[in-house]
Design a protein around this ligand. Sequence first.
Ligand SMILES: C[S@@+](CC[C@H](N)C(=O)[O-])C[C@H]1O[C@@H](n2cnc3c(N)ncnc32)[C@H](O)[C@@H]1O
Length: 206
Amino acid sequence: MSIDEQVIRRLEDFILAERKLQGITNVPFQHHGKDVSGYAYVRAMNKPLVAALSELSPMLSHADRKLRFLEVGSGIGTKCQLAQLLGYAATGIDLLPEYVELAQHIYIDCDFQHANALAYNYEPFDVVYYHVPFFDDELIEQLENRVLSQVHTGGILIATRISPALTRFLDADPVPHRDYAAHRLRLGQDIGRLVVVRKTVPRTQA
Ligand SMILES: C[S@@+](CC[C@H](N)C(=O)[O-])C[C@H]1O[C@@H](n2cnc3c(N)ncnc32)[C@H](O)[C@@H]1O
């Protein structure tokens, strides 16, 4: 881990400890009438996301508005602030209201909302990012499908890990059973283990 990343972590840990938000394990919630759990606030590195967002922004840019970035499971909110500094309009959502309140208090230029990722509307966003909000592959698959169905054509999903089902979908060409098409984007910069997926038009509609 780079030294600036270590310093950021230390500062974040201090703030989380002050707010008694350290050591929170899984986050229980109801989904389709079942008890499920969201993953705890375990942070991914900042640098690969900064590299990906920097490279994507000229590719996606709109003349008339800022690109819209969403972090699912934003916790303390640092990645939203990094996106904001890179020129994106940044939104973070988290299931724990304590994180949302804290992030909004620290990063006033970003927008943080208390929301469940599996019931959220992804339509307005150009880039949606997450790092394991759930451990369960079935829930991850539902989230991937929701994001990729709802974002506009050309919209981007960035994830530290994708489900085996999405991997198969991206590897097979064409795959008929989804209402969207998508492909993996290879970026020139080192983005570590991040997977970047771009929604495209299904062949039948191209
Ligand atoms: C692994 S951490 C995310 C780390 C952070 N995004 C990063 O990249 O460093 C998972 C986060 O997702 C949140 N979370 C869990 N279930 C969620 C859900 N259903 N909707 C929204 N957020 C959820 C947790 O509260 C936690 O903050």
